[in-house]
Design a protein around this ligand. Structure first.
Ligand code: DX5
Ligand code: ZN
Length: 214
């Protein structure tokens, strides 16, 4: 299992400390949530913070764009250090073009689905993707309750990936705990994003290690 701590739940007053904790852990990537107050009802962080994280991070950055018009900022995110760029299906009218532009910029392309968006909408684009991110809560906030129907959705996506001979890996985001994480692992998930479970833990490095073992 790959694990991506979501720094939305980190201490923004001392972000360097939390990035160094992730560097010293078994985490595989650092998940960074970008929210614009339009696509989702919350505003998080922007370019200067991502750049500062990149300067300290020893793990690849997995940038999750919860913004409208994500195509406007593809090259900016490459310049400041993103390895993975996640764009929402619901935010892209010309998704094929956006995916190509992410690859041309030299990043790995991931498409994210809101909980109510069926996996079937990805049928045509799947062979072009490096990763699919299934939201397992409604995007916008950390610490929300896991949506149970996500387990069946992961299985459906796994079938569609096989059917389309796609090499995309499956990531999930929202409400991931050791309990929901175990069931998601059994359903076929490759990457667990986790905010609260890691950062509210008494021993975040140990919790990351436990998620890795699921
Ligand atoms: C929610 C964000 C998540 C968030 C997950 O919109 O995309 O990455 O940080 O937080 P938890 O793991 O606490 O649900
Ligand atoms: Zn996220």
């Amino acid at each position: 299992m790959l694990v991506a701590p979501s720094i939305l739940s980190a201490d923004f007053g001392n972000l360097q400390k939390d990035i160094e904790m992730i560097n010293n852990s078994k985490a595989d990537m650092i998940h960074i949530d970008i929210m614009d107050g339009v696509f989702v009802p919350n505003i998080s962080i922007g370019f200067p913070v991502v750049k500062s994280v990149a300067a300290v991070a020893k793990k690849p950055l997995d940038v999750h764009l919860m913004i409208v018009n994500p195509e406007k900022y593809i090259s900016r995110f490459k310049e400041i250090g993103a390895t993975w760029l996640n764009v929402h299906y619901e935010a892209c009218t010309h998704l094929n073009r956006v995916v190509h532009e992410i690859h041309e910029a030299g990043m790995k392309a991931a498409v994210t689905l809101n909980p109510s968006t069926p996996v079937s909408v990805l049928e045509e684009i799947l062979p072009e993707l490096d990763m699919v991110l299934l939201m397992t809560v409604n995007p916008g906030f950390g610490g929300q309750k896991f949506i149970e129907s996500s387990i069946a959705k992961v299985k459906k996506l796994r079938n569609l990936i096989n059917l389309t001979a796609s090499k995309a890996i499956i990531e999930v985001d929202g409400g991931v705990t050791l309990e929901t994480g175990k069931r998601l692992a059994q359903a076929g998930v490759d990457v667990l994003v986790s905010g609260n479970t890691i950062f509210k833990s008494e021993d975040p490095i140990k919790t990351i290690g436990q998620l890795k073992e699921l």
